[in-house]
Design a protein around this ligand. Structure first.
Ligand code: HEM
Length: 133
């Protein structure tokens, strides 16, 4: 999905580039900041670093700048989530905030569907404690 289309525009470009991803991830972390289950999982007191990392990753995935890999190396997301216990409750809480953020972007229906399907699959694949804690 991150490869350029024939007209050279990527999904990243089509949905509005940096501004759109910045908005998406910022709205998501506003939700996380007020979530009693998720907030304590984040090691840093300030969520802006986590916000930057998720934004850079998503921008890269969808065909935008490759800043994530320049700064962080290969994503290896399952490995990077290993320190955190992610069961169905954590996954669903993550998806609630992400859905609110995606909905707020008011994308075209087919763009919204593509982005949302990816995020749901990605969240399910990040579960490392299937039975919960
Ligand atoms: C990092 C939780 C799903 C992408 C993190 C961190 C936590 C976390 C606690 C550390 C924050 C930090 O960077 O300091 C969760 C939970 C999930 C989830 C509870 C529920 C399923 C996802 C998904 C994606 C994702 C689906 C991608 C679509 C990332 C990225 C980082 C990160 C890119 C930063 C990795 C790095 O470079 O160190 N996540 N995450 N996460 N998460 Fe998640």
């Amino acid at each position: 999905m991150s490869s350029p289309r024939t007209d050279g525009r990527t999904f990243y470009d089509e949905v509005g580039g940096h501004e759109t991803f910045q908005r998406l991830v910022h709205l998501f972390y506003e939700g996380v900041a007020g979530d009693d289950l998720l907030r304590p999982m984040y090691p840093e007191e300030d969520l802006t670093g986590a916000e930057d990392r998720l934004r850079m990753f998503l921008e890269q995935y969808w065909g935008g700048p490759r800043t994530y890999s320049e700064q962080r190396g290969h994503p290896r997301l399952r490995m990077r989530h290993h320190p955190f216990v992610i069961g169905p409750r954590e996954r669903d809480a993550w998806l609630v905030h992400m859905k609110n953020a995606v909905d707020a972007l008011e994308l075209a229906p087919e763009q919204r569907q593509l982005l949302w399907t990816y995020l749901v699959n990605a969240a399910y694949s990040m579960v490392n404690a299937p039975g919960g804690q």
